[in-house]
Design a protein around this ligand. Structure first.
Ligand SMILES: [Zn+2]
Length: 288
């Protein structure tokens, strides 16, 4: 069965020096796009589900019920993990119950001691259930108005404590940003990544906001221990551009072009292309 946790994926990525792409689902079309891309690239893949997507797609159970049969339907053989993205403690419990194979508990907004305590509880639970767990250490913003411009910076000592709990993956801010990067973004802090990597004893690190980061920065981050890279914005932009072009060319007015399947066909291809490109860049292509 191709439906697995991310634990072995992370161990293999660490051993062979690559990163696995985490691609966010936004609707059913994204499931198709990412599964096809992963199978074509012979790459492991992590499908991410935010709270917003969970609500939109009918809740965690509905998503598990879509993804598992979809894997079978397409004859996917590569490992696929279904992962909660930025879940609260309650959401993580609900998703595990629903059959998710991997979860991220985001306690980064909580006081660190509480984040650590809840993460420790979840390490135990996830081990028992065979579910992989990602936790996040809160970030320190850049200068006064710099939070959006610089991204956030994690405290290496907090990263070490979190890693010692035995989490499978650790998200730590090194200047990365969710969404579209500002034109004056100064880039990732590799000195900080290097330090976090050293003090956390090789725990697979996660780079959130992986869209639009230049290729050479991505490769350097992988060399320094990043094993999971989250991509959403670039896929959303590709989807939107394809739908826009379809409508602007008036294709919805030709024959059965108004059918949603016809309308989204090129959008699925566009999202799939982004995923294929990332799988090559991350080095996960050909590893499954
Ligand atoms: Zn994120």
């Amino acid at each position: 069965m191709a439906y697995v946790s991310a634990t072995e994926m992370m161990q293999d990525a660490k051993k062979r020096g690559y990163a696995v792409g985490h691609f966010n689902l936004n609707n059913l079309e994204f499931i198709r796009a990412f599964l096809l891309a992963a199978e074509e690239a012979k790459s492991p893949v992590i499908l991410g589900v935010s709270s917003g997507t969970a609500k939109y797609m009918g809740g965690y159970r509905a998503i598990v019920g879509s993804v598992k049969p979809f894997i079978e339907h397409l004859g996917v053989t590569v490992p696929v993990a279904l992962h909660v993205d930025h879940g609260t403690y309650e959401e993580v419990l609900e998703a595990i119950e629903a059959g998710f194979s991997s979860v991220m508990f985001d306690g980064s907004a909580l006081p660190f001691e509480e984040n650590l305590r809840k993460s420790a509880e979840l390490v135990q639970l996830c081990r028992k259930k065979g579910v992989s767990l990602e936790c996040e250490v809160g970030g320190i913003g850049g200068e006064e108005d710099g939070v959006t411009k610089l991204g956030e910076f994690a405290d290496p000592d907090e990263c070490r404590k979190m890693a010692e709990l035995g989490v499978d993956m650790l998200a730590a801010g090194i200047g990365n940003i969710h969404g579209v990067y500002p034109s004056d973004w100064p880039g990732l802090r590799f000195d900080l990544l290097d330090e976090i990597s050293r003090v956390t004893g090789g725990v697979p690190l996660v780079l959130h906001g992986g869209s639009q980061i230049p290729a050479e920065m991505i490769q350097k981050a992988i060399a320094l221990g990043v094993r999971k890279i989250n991509v959403n914005t670039e896929c959303q932009l590709a989807f939107a551009a394809a739908v826009r072009s379809y409508i602007e060319q008036g294709k919805d007015r030709v024959g059965k072009g108004f059918s949603p399947r016809a309308m989204f066909a090129l959008a699925i291809e566009a999202v799939k292309s982004v995923a294929l490109e990332k799988m090559q860049l991350f080095g996960s292509a050909g590893k499954a």
